[in-house]
Design a protein around this ligand. Structure first.
Ligand SMILES: [Fe+2]
Ligand SMILES: [Fe+2]
Length: 310
């Protein structure tokens, strides 16, 4: 089954959903290493999310806490607070997959140590005095997050529509993690862009930071896929290749290179707004029946939930 889902013109800019974090938990005990059966390449391509998102989404939260005092719009402030709550939960949920991968013989630590360095040091707070330089660096990072969120919304929309994953018998727990997360990405897809437009909005900055974010994502993703393929204990000579990536796209278990290419002019259009792409109604419908999200609704937050455990 092929899947051509991409950011599609859909919802309207006026729609608004109050954002709330859902306190989900996943039991990884029965999830196999190759959770898309017989397709380690596509499995590990998607697994890169577990390498990048824990540090990446923690970094979103860190940056947004600094920009909160500059928000002069009460509703946007509420949205940003909701976004912070959701991203913190996403980060934790993906982090919780890593010990399971390690138990299955695939230790992600060498890669995650590099990703941690990237977000905490390279993209972290520099020792800048208060003033223009510090503000410039904050705005640069707010713009980078808006560009990354274009892609998290793209991936969220994709995974909600990727029926080929179900048809291929992908692990239901992993699918629920990806679709719960993807649905919340679609749900809050306008927040990062609205925040960027509110505090800065410069077009040259938008283009420059998109180029940085896109190049970094492509670099980190292919590197992460190669890392997983090379260290997978069941693959004696595991290698990642663009050919396998394109094959996954054709089969609908990965986004297609064409859909990814089409997402570029969308973000760079001066008329861009994230609400034009993806469907809030579809995201809400998934969240209303997601096993993890509905279990979270049924049970109040448990502050003592252990972290890092499967
Ligand atoms: Fe997220
Ligand atoms: Fe997000």
């Amino acid at each position: 089954m092929s899947n051509t889902a991409s950011l599609r013109p859909g919802s309207v800019a006026s729609e608004h959903t109050p954002l709330k974090a859902r306190n989900v938990a996943f039991d990884w005990a029965d999830t196999p290493l190759h959770w898309i059966p017989g397709d380690p390449d596509s499995t590990h391509t998607i697994n890169v999310l577990h390498l990048l998102l824990p540090a990446g989404e923690r970094w979103f939260v860190h940056v947004y806490k600094q920009v909160l005092p500059q928000i002069r719009d009460a509703r946007l402030r509420e949205d940003v607070l909701g976004f912070i709550g959701q991203e913190a939960m996403h980060s934790q949920a993906h982090d919780d997959v890593l010990p399971h991968l390690k138990r299955l013989g695939l230790d992600p630590t060498p890669y995650t140590a590099q990703v941690d360095w990237l977000f905490e040091k390279l993209l972290g707070d520099r020792t800048l005095p208060p003033g223009r330089a510090r503000q410039w660096w904050l705005m640069e990072r707010v713009a980078i997050i808006a560009a990354i969120e274009h892609y998290t919304a793209f991936l969220g929309d994709w995974v909600l529509n990727a029926g080929a994953l179900d048809a291929r018998g992908a692990d239901p727990t992993m699918l629920d993690l990806l679709r719960w997360h993807g649905a919340e990405e679609v749900e809050h897809r306008s927040v990062a862009f609205d925040l960027f437009m509110h505090v800065d909005g410069g077009y040259r900055r938008r283009v420059r930071t998109w180029a940085t974010a896109f190049a970094a994502l492509v670099f980190l993703w292919q590197r992460g896929t190669r890392f997983f393929m090379a260290n997978d204990p069941t693959l004696p000579d595991g290698r990642a290749s663009f050919r396998e990536f394109a094959r996954g796209g054709r089969q609908g278990v990965l986004p297609t290179p064409g859909a990814m290419a089409r997402s570029i002019p969308q973000y760079l259009s001066r008329a861009y707004h994230p609400s034009r792409y993806g469907s809030t109604a579809q995201a809400a419908a998934y969240l209303a029946q997601s096993p993890a999200a509905t279990a979270a609704e049924a049970h109040p937050p448990h502050p003592a939930r252990p972290t890092g455990a499967a």
